[in-house]
Design a protein around this ligand. Structure first.
Ligand code: ATP
Length: 559
């Protein structure tokens, strides 16, 4: 069995890796110690023989009892190995790259490049392989390499030399292994990849190279097994073989599981993302083509992964753009709805505004109508009012009886006999006894009548003045009858005993204030005295004229 279906590794590679692991596997402490001692002994033997074969000068950098590192550095340039092999078998290594200076021991390869080192080592390995010697990896001469394999190869060369010196009779064997029938070509191909690990050789590029590699791996395996068993005692071999086989089975199962998992992951991702058919196709009819198909499959998987990654990015970008587009669409739709709602709101508001404006107009119209009606009613009222005043009489005469002045009420008898509404009866002397006479007036005020009661009959006439009618109120009577008292008031005047003039002016300005929104009135006052048929202006500040004591009445002009 070289490979399983769909696997990108061969059984040989698994076994080889396990053998390497086994080679490097930590052993028990005592075994390790013993192995270290044995390895050191074998290394010393190899170094001693190489120094002897190469000569002291050529092998001066290789100590007689070198450590692993000294052994590796001493042989790293490949010069000693090639020269010794050429001495044993002339021309076995046709071309040897010599060092530029005397010393072949250059700590980190400053004088010789890695390629030059590799050339010598490679040529040695090719020649050794051709002879049938166990070889080693070129990387074993690098830091971290397996120096025991180099030691083993050198001791095999020693054995071969001794066999040749003994006459070369029969078939040379080393450690019980028959000389393998190998081809140089295979090793050349293999070693053209310096410092590579064994697994890298198991990735063929085509079927032909897969065959070559398979054969090569088999030979490499043989070498590994040979190297692994060569230093073992017979009783250790069964246990070692069992351990190696167990490891091989575990490693193989592990790799199969990993391959299947990888395949399943890629298949699932690809199917989910693109819905395309699977790119993974494996053929099971030809085991010889499995590795090539696996290799091709790997390329396909990588290409698919790359395509998948690119497609996934494009898909994500498209989905993102689609989401933005959808969001903008929904925003636009929302804006349209908002605009429609605003439009409807505006129309509703406009309708309400027109409606309220219409209602307001109607209300104002009603108010204007009511106002005009009010003015009509007011005018009618005024007309009727003044008509009533006219009916009462344009000339009205009132009679007021003055009471006795203080201190005279007991010594005089009143002449007033009887007072009844508009009539007053006066006692008059007569030669036939007592007489009496009656007089009629609009109204007769007795001695107990107050200033307010007297003004109450004058008050309606003040309103007629503001309605544009001419009104004249005056008092007539003999001296001391109470004219001044009635028209103005007593000397110690108060709001209670104010006469007709003060009360009339107060009412006049009060009504003017009430009507100020509709009518503007101008008020002026003039005060004259007629005495002994002489008229005098009492408001003139002439020393000859008598100044009226209540001139402040002039201040009652309207604003
Ligand atoms: N109704 C009344 N009640 C109380 N006292 C009165 C009344 N009428 C007049 N008097 C008093 O009588 C006096 C004379 O009044 P008054 O001066 O008004 O008379 P008169 O007619 O104006 O006099 P004259 O013509 O000389 O000016 C005053 O002292 C006044 O206070």
């Amino acid at each position: 069995m070289a490979a399983s279906e769909g696997l990108s590794f061969s059984v040989a590679s698994v076994v080889e890796d396990v053998l390497h692991q086994q080679w490097n596997r930590p052993r028990a402490l005592d075994l390790e110690t013993r192995r270290a001692e044995e390895a050191a002994s074998r290394r010393y033997e190899a170094a001693h023989w190489l120094r002897k074969m190469a000569g002291i000068v050529a092998a001066k950098d290789l100590p007689a009892e070198p450590s692993e590192e000294e052994f590796r550095l001493g042989l790293r340039s490949g010069l000693i190995l090639c020269n010794v092999l050429n001495r044993i078998q002339l021309g076995a290594v046709p071309k040897v790259v010599e060092s530029l200076n005397d010393s072949a021991l250059i700590p980190d390869g400053a004088a010789l490049s890695a390629y030059q080192y590799f050339e010598n080592v490679r040529n040695f390995l090719v020649a050794a392989e051709e002879i049938g010697l166990p070889t080693f990896e070129a990387s074993d001469l690098e830091q971290g390499g397996i120096s025991s394999r180099v030691v083993n190869s050198v001791l095999a060369l020693k054995s071969y030399h001794e066999w040749k010196q003994a006459g070369g009779n029969g078939v040379w064997k080393f450690g019980g292994n028959v000389k393998p029938n190998t081809s140089v070509k295979q090793f050349v191909r293999k070693n053209l990849e310096p410092f590579t690990n064994s697994s890298s050789r198991n990735v063929p590029t085509n079927e032909k190279t897969a065959d070559a590699n398979k054969t090569n791996s088999s030979r490499s395996l043989g070498t590994l097994v040979h190297a692994l068993l060569s230093d073992k005692k017979p009783e250790e071999i069964p246990q070692l073989v069992e351990s190696v086989l167990t490891k091989v089975v575990e490693e193989f199962e592990h790799r199969v599981a990993s391959q299947n998992e990888l395949r399943q992951t890629i298949s699932d991702d690809f199917t989910t993302a693109k819905g395309k058919k699977s790119f993974m196709k494996f053929s099971d009819d030809n085991n010889m083509k499995v590795e090539d198909k696996s290799h091709t499959l790997k390329h396909k998987q990588e290409r698919s992964c790359r395509n998948y990654t690119t497609d996934e990015k494009s898909s994500k970008q498209i989905i993102k753009q689609q989401m933005i587009f959808n969001r903008q669409g929904s925003d636009l739709q929302e804006l349209k709805q908002t605009l429609c709602a605003t439009k409807a709101g505006m129309q509703f508001m406009q309708m309400k505004f027109h409606e309220e404006l219409h209602n307001l107009g109607m209300h104002i119209h009603g108010l204007a109508h009511a106002a005009s009606g009010y003015h009509r009613v007011l005018e009618e009222n005024r007309r009727l009012y003044n008509e009533v005043q006219d009916l009462k009489g344009s000339i009205r005469v009132y009679c007021r009886v003055r009471p006795f002045l203080s201190g005279k009420s007991n010594s005089y008898m009143s002449t007033v006999e009887h007072i009844e509404e508009g009539n007053i009866t006066i006692k008059t002397p007569s030669k036939y006894g007592k007489g009496h006479r009656s007089f009629s007036f609009n109204k007769v005020f007795g001695t107990s009548a107050t200033q307010a009661e007297v003004f109450l009959d004058m008050q309606p006439l003040i309103r007629s003045v503001l309605d544009g009618y001419n009104v004249c109120i005056f008092a007539y009577g003999q001296t001391g009858s109470g004219k001044t008292y009635t028209m103005t008031g007593p000397k110690d005047i108060t709001e209670h005993n104010q006469g007709v003039n003060y009360r009339s002016l107060r009412d006049l300005f009060y009504l003017a204030e009430q009507r100020k929104e509709t009518v503007c009135y101008d008020v002026s006052v003039q005060m004259t005295e007629i005495y002994n048929e002489q008229v005098r202006d009492l408001l003139v500040g002439d020393s000859l004229n008598k100044k009226y004591p209540y001139s402040p009445c002039l201040n009652l002009l309207p604003p």
